[in-house]
Write a protein that binds this ligand. Structure first.
Ligand SMILES: Nc1ncnc2c1ncn2[C@@H]1O[C@H](COP(=O)(O)OP(=O)(O)OP(=O)(O)O)[C@@H](O)[C@H]1O
Length: 301
């Protein structure tokens, strides 16, 4: 076997991610300011906040895409190297807000590419299919098929990724991230563009990932999804962490509601809906008045 297939699963409760004082400035703009966040093994943690709050920038600081202007990020007590492939090799995998699959490669090949940090052959060998890649392929293939089975796409292993329906492409991205055998998985808006059924399936998938001993940090705008799923939720507003706590605490916090004004929670009434309800009620009231004033009108219709 040419592959080193696993990172060690941390015991439940052990701190896998520890970000302290993370600040990210772009010129004069401070996108993330002095954010502390930790994730323990066995946990699903949510990161929410209005558009532009700094969530993706924070993810990029955790995964070596950005080097934070200030602060430190540790994974299992080791400071992370400032290079994304080294972060992946250390044990943190991620998906992106926009799907980043290799559309002209098969479903299986996409997962195999995700294994490059766990094989000797490396990324380019996998992409260019060099001879060394073929030698390692059997073992990697077996593991990749296991992952496809786990996400329910084993029947489509030979399909081109670009031909998958949208919801399955998102699942495939998760399988590709899992192929690097992470101890922590970062999901950036995993249900964006999904219908309610696909969203529910993603929820189940994330629980199953957690049950495999992989901690999860997830960014999402779908509040129902977040509050159902997460053990803990942190709220970023204008780059700063406003509140952190369990779902009930965060949902009940007036500052969180205020931060979302003008951008209502999904499935919660917003200003437009409230205006519609008020207009309908006003209309009903005036109809009642008319009916009261003209008894018997009902029978005329
Ligand atoms: N590379 C960059 N250069 C300059 N400004 C940036 C860069 N990346 C992000 N920003 C800015 O940082 C702020 C935070 O953006 P970010 O994408 O992290 O927010 P977000 O919370 O992920 O938003 P959304 O929910 O819309 O994805 C925004 O004002 C954005 O314009």
């Amino acid at each position: 076997m040419t592959t080193d297939t696993t990172t060690t699963v941390a015991p439940t409760g052990e701190r896998v991610l520890d970000a302290r004082g993370v600040t990210m400035r772009f010129g004069g703009l401070t996108a993330v300011r002095d954010v502390d966040l930790h994730v323990n093994a066995g946990e699903i943690v949510g990161l929410i906040g209005p558009n532009g709050a700094g969530k993706t920038t924070f993810f990029n600081c955790l995964t070596g895409l950005y080097i934070p202007t200030e602060g430190e990020v540790r994974y299992k007590d080791k400071v992370l190297p400032p290079k994304s492939f080294k972060v992946t090799a250390a044990g943190i995998a991620r998906t992106f807000q926009n799907i980043r699959l290799f559309g002209n490669m098969t479903v299986l090949e996409n997962v195999l590419v995700g294994r490059h940090t766990r094989t000797k052959e490396g990324f380019w060998s996998a992409v260019l299919r060099l001879p060394a890649f073929h030698k390692a392929e059997a073992a990697s293939r077996e593991r990749a098929m296991e992952l496809l089975e786990f996400i329910g796409l084993e029947q489509k292993a030979d399909h081109l990724a670009r031909n998958l329906p949208y919801g399955e492409q998102r699942k495939l991205e998760i399988a590709r991230a899992l192929a690097s055998e992470p101890g922590l998985l970062l999901l950036d808006e995993p249900t964006a563009g999904m219908n309610p059924q696909e969203t529910r399936a993603t929820e189940e998938l994330v629980f199953a990932i957690r049950d495999k001993g992989i901690a999860v940090l997830v960014i999402e705008h779908d509040m129902r999804f977040i509050f159902n799923l997460c053990d803990r939720v942190a709220v970023l507003v204008q780059g700063e962490k406003l509140v952190e706590g369990d779902s009930a605490t965060v949902q009940g916090d007036e500052r969180v509601v205020a931060a979302y004004l003008g951008e209502p929670f999904e499935n919660a009434p917003g200003d437009e809906e409230l205006a519609e309800v008020e207009a309908a009620e006003a209309h009903a009231d005036s109809a009642d008045t008319t009916t009261d004033a003209a008894p018997g009108k009902e029978n005329d219709r």
